[in-house]
Design a binder for this molecule. Sequence first.
Ligand SMILES: *Cc1c(COP(=O)(O)O)cnc(C)c1O
Length: 355
Amino acid sequence: MNWPGVIEAYRPYLPFDADAPVVTLNEGNTPLIHAPRLAEQIAPRGGLQLYLKYEGLNPTGSFKDRGMTAAISRAVQEGAETVICASTGNTAASAAAYAARAGLRCLVLVPQGKIALGKLAASLAYGAEVISIDGSFDDGLRMVREITERRADSRRPIALVNSVNPWRLEGQKTGAFEIVDQLGGQAPDWHCLPVGNAGNISAYWLGYKQYAKGLPRLLGGQAAGAAPIVLGRVVEKPETLATAIRIGNPARWRQAVEALDESGGIITAVSDEDILEAWRLLARVEGVFVEPASATGLAALRQQIALGEIDPAGRTAVVVLTGHGLKDPGTAVEQAAAPITLKAEIEALERYLRG
Ligand SMILES: *Cc1c(COP(=O)(O)O)cnc(C)c1O
C-alpha cells in the first residue's frame, strides 16, 4: 500500500473532517530502528531496549513535516494565500515545501549566519522568500507573531505556521501514534528528544495520552548554552552548535513543563561536546546520520544513565532523531578528519593498506 501521509493514516484521531483539503508529501511512516550496539555502549551492564525514531527520513528531512502537513492543510481550508514562520531552518524548509505544493506564498525569517546549509538550500530551492534577520530565532518569532496579528482582520490575512499554531501539534502527535503502533500498542518506558521551542515534546505528550496503553516518562534534552527550561529563565543570547535548538524563550514552555511533570519526566542540559559525542555514536555505531541537534535526546539519555538517574535494566527507550545529517554538512565535515589523499596508483593504495 502507498502510505498516504499522516493525516489520511490517522484521520480518526485528528480534527480533520472527511472533506477537508489535505496538502501532503506522504510524510510520516518513518522507521523505528532497533539499536542494540548503541544500547550496549550507553548502558554497558545491559538490559536496555533502545529504539531510534528516524525522523530525518521525512520528505524535507525533519519531523517538522508532520506538523506542516496539518498547518498548511488548515491554512488552505481557511483561504490563506500567504504563510510565514520564523525558523532555525527546518521549519522554514518544511513550510517552503508544503507551501509550494499548495501554491501559497511563503516567507521565512531565519537568524543570519545561524542556519545550517542544507536548510537554507532547501528553503531557497522550494521558492520561499528567505529573510535573514540580524537577530535570533526568538526575535524572528516575535516579528512573525506581530505581523500576523496586525493582518488578522485584513482581506489578506497571513497564516502563522510556527508551532504556536495548534495544528502543528495535531500533526506532530502522529509521531507518538507511530511509535506506539511500531511497539505493538505499548508506549516505551522513556521517550527522549531534543527541546527547542518545545512544540514537539508537547505534541508527543498529547499523542501518547490520546493513543497509548500506558504512558512513557519524557526525557527532554536542551543544549547547555540554550537551556531556558532547565534554568527556569529566558536565555537572552542562546549559543550552541546544535542550531536547531538554539532558542532562549520557547513558545511552548509552559505546556512542556506540564507534560514533563505529568509524565514524571526529566529535562536536562547537555554540553555541545556531549551532543557531538552522541552524534558520532549514532553514525559510527549504528550507521544513522543525523544533524547535531537531533542527537541531543541520546546525549540526555546517556547522561542520565551515567548519573544513575535512569536505571536502564529491562527498560525500553525511544530516542527521536529529529533531522537528517545532510541538513548540516558543514559541521559533519568540520568534525571529521580530512579525507586521505593518494596518487591514483595501485601501489599507493597498497602502501596505505600496509600502514
Ligand atoms: C525543530 C527542531 C527541534 C526542536 O523541536 P521543538 O519542537 O522546537 O522543541 C529539534 N531538532 C530538530 C532537528 C528540529 O528541526
